[in-house]
Structures are given as C-alpha cells and as structure tokens.
Design a binder for this molecule. Structure first.
Ligand SMILES: Cc1ncc(COP(=O)(O)O)c(C=O)c1O
Length: 344
C-alpha cells in the first residue's frame, strides 16, 4: 500500500481553485494554442523530444529517459536504483515525493538538514544507495553552486552512492544547465512544467549516466508503457521555443519580487526568510511567534480566499512557502488577505 501523500493531497485539493493563490509554485501556464501546433498521435515524437533535451543539456540522446513529468522521472530514478532494504538520504526541507517514492519501493529514508558535505557524508550508512536533493530547493528556492555539487558528488562516488538532483526549477536560475555533468554517479531530472509554464504536456525527463540507460529504460517501459505521444510532441515544441518561454517567464514575473521584498521588510519583526535568488518563484518564510500555522492557513482559504503552502508538509509547521507566480493584482490583494490571516 502506498504511503499517504499529504502535501500532494492538499495541493490537488486547493491549488488553482483559491482566489488569491500564493501557493502554486510554477509559472502561470501557457495555453496549448499559444505554444503552437503539435501532432498528438505520432508515436515517432519520442525520439525528437529526446534529441531536443539532449542538445540543450549537452548529453547523449540515449541517456535521456522521457518520463511523465519530473514526478515520473523521480519514480523511474528511484526504481532503477533501489532494492528493498536499501536506504535513501533525503535533504530536509524537501518535496514530499523525494521520500515517499523510496518508502513506496520498500526503502528506508534518512534525512539531513544542512547541505554541508561533511554532514551529508556522516549521515550515510553502509546501506545508503542514493542521496536525493532538489536544486533549486523546494521550498526555500536556494540554489547550490556547481563547485559544492561537484564536491558532494565526488564524496558520494567514492562511497558508491548515487546523487539524484531534482532540477524542476533550475531553468529559471540557470538556463540550459544540469548537474548531470558534475559526477559519474549523478542523475538529474526536470520537465517543462515549472519554469516554462507547460505543466499540461507532462513532458519530463531523467538524465542518466550511460551505465544506467538500460535499467532506467526498462523502468520507463514498465511504468509508462506507451505514454501519449502528445507529451513528447508538445515537450519538443517547448524546447524549440525555450528562449521565448524564458522571456515570457521574465515578463510575467517582472516587478513581483519587489512587492514581496517590501512585504517581508514590512513584517520583519514577525516573518523571516533567507532571500532566494531573484529568479525564484517562491520563498520559505518562518513565523518567529512559533506554533503551527496550518489551522490559520486553512481558515484563510475558507474565509479570505487566500492560500500559501503550509510548512508542515515540508517539515516546519511554523513556516510556509510563499509563491509569487499569480498575476500582480492577485498578488497584492493576496498579501493583504494574508496579513489578516496571520494577524501581522
Ligand atoms: C521539486 C519538484 N519536483 C517535481 C515536481 C513535479 O513536477 P512535474 O509537473 O514536472 O511532475 C514538483 C512540483 O511541485 C516539485 O516541486
């Protein structure tokens, strides 16, 4: 029986249906009509999608495993690497599937909370097979630099441990970049969802070292069978239009961060954060008064039509993830409503 996915249940229930949405972490979606025309029934679309992904990230097409979303790619990665009894070491705070998928596959999960290489290495056990992180982090938005990732990957490689990097938000911070090149045992995954606003295509991918091609390909076949070729056709179109989608993201986000910075400044006695990079669509906010915010946040949804992502799903009930991907007027009004909800 699969473990409960409490964050995803909450997200599916509320995100997109609350008036002032300060919770959804991805860019506002572009419509299929606006993205362009792609055939929906051509099974040949899978190969050109692989080639587009490979060209953008400088990898061999055969090492690109097409998956349904980053979600599907995370599953394929873990299923390719784990056997029952294995252990996985996952950063905290993090995105729920990073620990739920290993649990579902019969692995045990350990957590670590600072991305300090010595701390990660000392948390390894002889059974640890994989260390999993999100870069940029969800929920904090912080980005780990290549030098640190390279060092981490080398320390893990020496011990025969794989590093899995979820790069669902990386295109905004570092276009056309991936950690896949930073070590022999590094896997990376992402999709067109978050940074380009193409969530509906479910065009995701896993980048694997050559020695994992076969194992990951088998899992892909088993899990997705013949996935709808429209995913790959629209995914390839998104890659073809990557520059425009990146510009669209910048235009949609312009000016919003200043609004958020002013909000954080105004409430600095109560709320604190480590400011994420300017390109981030969200940040991780702590309430210094402590206590769980879950009930207040739920009342805010019901009574004031505003939503933020409760921190308890990420491991800290007195924090929340604040996103600014909604349109500017909704952002301003949502922040006003949030002040009332949190009694700021
Ligand atoms: C870190 C992270 N990875 C993966 C996903 C899933 O995205 P996709 O639409 O690519 O499956 C999300 C969605 O919230 C996410 O935050």
């Amino acid at each position: 029986v699969l473990p409960r996915l409490s964050y995803l249940e909450f997200a599916v229930r509320w995100y997109g249906s609350v008036r002032f949405d300060l919770a959804t972490s991805g860019l506002s979606p572009i419509s299929a009509a606006e993205l362009g025309q792609a055939p929906v029934d051509d099974y040949g679309a899978r190969e050109p999608f692989k080639r587009r992904v490979a060209a953008r990230y400088g990898v061999a097409p055969r090492t690109v495993i097409p998956c349904l979303g980053t979600s599907g790619a995370l599953y394929v990665a873990f299923a390719s690497l784990l056997e029952p009894g294995a252990r996985v070491l996952v950063e905290s705070p993090s995105y729920e599937p990073l620990w739920r998928i290993p649990e579902a596959l019969g692995a045990a999960v350990d957590r670590f909370s600072t991305l300090d290489i010595d701390a990660v290495v000392s948390a390894l056990t002889p059974e640890t097979r994989v260390v999993a992180i999100t870069n940029p982090n969800n929920p904090t938005g912080s980005v780990m630099e290549d030098a640190a990732l390279t060092e981490l990957a080398a320390a893990l490689n020496e011990r025969g441990v794989w590093l899995l990097v979820d790069e669902a938000y990386l295109e905004l911070a570092r276009p056309a970049h991936t950690a896949r090149h930073l070590g022999q045992r590094v896997l990376a995954c992402a999709s067109t969802t978050k940074c380009w606003g193409v969530p509906w295509a479910r065009a995701g991918f896993l980048l694997v070292p050559p020695e994992l091609e076969e194992a990951a390909g088998r899992v892909e076949q088993l899990v997705f069978g013949s996935a709808p070729p429209a995913c790959w056709a629209y995914g390839a179109l998104a890659f073809e239009r990557a520059t425009e989608l990146g510009e669209r993201a910048k235009a949609l986000q312009a000016g919003k961060r200043a609004v958020i910075d002013a909000f954080m400044k105004q409430h600095e006695e109560t709320l604190s954060w480590v400011p994420p990079p300017e390109t981030s669509l969200y940040g991780w906010v702590r309430d210094s008064r402590g206590g769980s915010l879950r009930e207040r946040i739920e009342r805010g949804i019901a009574e004031r039509g505003v939503i933020v992502a409760p921190g308890e799903f990420f491991g800290d009930p007195s924090a929340f993830r604040l996103s600014w991907s909604t349109h500017p007027e909704a952002l301003r009004e949502g922040l006003k409503q949030l002040e009332a909800v949190l009694k700021l």
